[in-house]
Design a protein around this ligand. Sequence first.
Ligand code: PMP
Length: 382
Amino acid sequence: MQPVTKLPKVGTTIFTTMSTLAAKHSAVNLGQGFPDFDVPPLLVDALSRAMRDGQNQYAMMSGAPALRLAIAHKTDACYGVRPNPDTEITVTSGASEAILNAVLAVVRAGEEVIVLDPCYDCYEPAIDMAGAIAVHVPLDAKTFAPDWTRVREAITPNTRLLMINSPHNPSGAMLTADDMREVADIVVSHNLYLLSDEVYEHIVFDGARHESALLYPELRDRTFVISSFGKTYHCTGWKVGYCVAPPALTLEFRKVHQYNTFCTFHPAQIAFAEMIEKDPAHYQSLGDFYQEKRDAFRQQLSETKLKALPVPGGYFQLVDYSDISDLDDMAFSEWLTIEKGVTGIPLSPFYATPPKGQRLLRLCFAKNPETVAEAMARLKTL
Ligand code: PMP
């Protein structure tokens, strides 16, 4: 039987491709966005205790009650909004599952979803799986700020959902309060749903405020706010995230979640509940923790020929390599891996139509000082 692909545009992700190449050439991997330092010991202890205590069977479909309660407290502490744990919070297998659930829950086949390019790579396949159409609106190629006039121009009677992401992967750019007022005006006046991907919500620098969609009351009844414990607690491999949405949207979201994964790794849920309640300082100080790493990384980069773009949030540093090479970003990242032993991620796979002549790579600075020092020693030879 001839295999028929329903997702012809989907291949191996750029993260897997670059990580495989990095391993083959023993390169320092600053590509895929994962921390290489330890998970907080309190969290590891809580996880092993949960398993020893026998919390090893299915969790409730919506999430372990203790974790949903802890998320409600944390959301209140951060944004002054306390979602109802029973009707407005759902625990998922990472933010990736939550993004897919939200899109499948509200977008019908043939409808349009606006994404802002460059965007995280799971957005478009989720839209494709809904049988819907991704409409790509580019961010500014240098500042990664949205152009709301272009977003308005892209809206048609068929538009159902707008997807935003702040702090932004891959650029680290953050939406401002003015941006959020534009978002509110757009989604309310056109009666759209909003998906706000806030997985880097606690990794913000220089005293800036993370403009969560939860801070905007006019957005509440139409928004899925999605976050991930992988980013906040240095454990991307545990794949636990969550979605905060009003009751009517949560009901639809859970219909998909129930038949997608049903529930998420139960012992980790118990452990996160304990961690959030016992050590709020962890997420409160995460910005400072990463700011130190960002500053050390940029200081060392300044001794190379790579030009560092500003990093307001997240754990990625964009570098401009136009002073070194005229290769396109795919070719340059391969060359850098093979010839110099350092791996970054090219930006073009994050676009439907990459900007012409863009010479940027994404480097992850969520790394131990030794990893960074080794990468920098190699980059200095450029
Ligand atoms: N959104 C963005 C912007 C991300 O960077 C990531 C992870 N790299 C995700 C969603 C997915 O998060 P998770 O690993 O929790 O599925």
